[in-house]
Design a protein around this ligand. Sequence first.
Ligand code: AHR
Length: 632
Amino acid sequence: HTIQVQLNEPRATIRPTMWGVFFEDINLAADGGLYAELVKNRSFEFNVPLMGWKEQKKGSTGGSLLVINRGKEKENNPRFLRVKNAVTGNYGLSNEGFRGMGVEKNKYYDFSVIARSVKDAKIKMRIELVNAKGEVIGSTSVEPSGAAWKKYKAALLSNGTDQKAQLNIWFEGKGEVDLDMVSLFPRDTWKNRPGGLRADLVQLLADLKPGFVRFPGGCIVEGRDLANRYQWKKTVGNVEDRELIINRWNTEFANRSAPDYFQSFGLGFYEYFLLSEDIGATPLPILNCGMACQFNTSEVVPADQLDPYIQDALDLIEFANGPVSTKWGKLRAAMGHPSPFNLKMIGVGNEQWGPQYVERYTVFAKAIKQKYPSIQLVNSTGPYSDGELFNFLNDTLRKMNADILDEHYYKPPEWFLKNAARYDTYDRSGPKIFAGEYAAHSVGIPNGKTKNNWRSALAEAAFMTGLERNADIVNMASYAPLFAHVDGWQWSPDLIWFDNLQSYGTPNYYVQKMFSNNRGTTVVPIQMNNAVIAGQDSLYASACIDKPRNELIIKIANTFHQTKRISFVMNGSMDQNAKATMQVLRNDEMNAVNSFEQPTLIVPVNKDAEVKNKTLNTELPPYSFSVIRVKL
Ligand code: AHR
């Protein structure tokens, strides 16, 4: 085959935001995942106050527990634990962590507790890290004193590695002690921030060099009902004052005796903004628009009572961008970030649909645009991008001159291949497109059998060449969901899998990485037989120029079971015999997956590439996705 590339015919500008990530707290992505806290139910606020905790007894103890509820005195974190102890060292508590605690040999762990002693009791708390065999692999102690609540801290050095460790607390001395916010963090967090994020997981995100981070969801923005919607104001300020709620995805763990998937909001909006900044991405928060998740309930707020919801949106812009003299800008500064976060976009609603959404969006848009005309608004166009729901919203929002339409598609791999030219004929005059959630699902949506296999990743790569070719209207795209804990997930496939210690990128991750790390700035035509390459002879391709590096970037998927010999002919000004590099992602087995055993089974591999007389001859292996860079 001969493929022609036109170097000097710019077709569209690719924005820095083109390839991003979508974070949602699903599959233990936040608590038990990105948020590095190891203690589950640290403030005893789960529905079952001692969920995650167990009493420990050796011989006679005389020990007991009481959960005390302060009610209005401390509304956001009302419960604490009163521990009565009688015999030194025989009574204690253990915490199981999030499907265990991951600890590593020769690493430090920071324990802390907010505590007070009752009636001057002298009780020492002996803190132990215990491995799955029950052996102590690290210990330390704290001794609360005085009647006032204070934070006590102590460090532990682990002398073993285990991903199913637990924390024990033994009480020495007689009397009573009150405990709240019992916490254990690895010291080695991302950027070594105390109480921070898991470094390996953030690193995987940073390596993608994402253009944006969409947060915090997803359905959790909406909540199963409005009482359990995501409210950003409850996720900022001191962690002990952040009111936790049950996670909308908890019921998927229906086989558990009681809910154990909550949002502690230790990873809250401030942390999301900081994370975005750390990895060079534009923040894209999504806010509730006065509607609960329509897959569950049809609970909505009357359109004339949306004020608190709209105020949340306006205040969020002030929190992110406002001067420190403003109420919310001041809080941002107090939390450690006086300079603005440079928020430019907000999503109004997640997967909402019907006239109810239009009615509510209209009120939101008017208020936000009036106060902050330069903030771009992202709209939902309903789920799965087809059918009546989608068409109604698509038509209506286009007529309303919406800024950005957020399309979602969880579809079989074949759909992605068939739709590689989806945007070639889209209306150019209307709103921009954000492919805000997509993933190729081989079996059903979602379910346990759908794996991140090479078939799904290759189909996504083919489809993404179509997104890139249409970068004039498709301005942003993100795979979903992002993370899944191998022992606690509800939805599959997911981009990155992890356990309590390790993590790996799926083949789909490497597809995202190859696009994002080779973003380019300007789309140029790439054609075979004078037509775009969107399925012709099982090939899918796009091309762009990276202006700062003065390079041509070709992306091409071969979805055929045989090798294709290709001559890329470059037309335009360049060196006759320019330098080129090539990266190939491939596997002969379409069901192949990466795993903890073989995390790098499917990763990009370098291949020699040579340009002679402005032509690059190469072979595309069967079932492969390649990125070629040519120095112009
Ligand atoms: O990505 C998982 C879910 O899929 C999201 O929460 C929701 O927006 C969509 O239905």
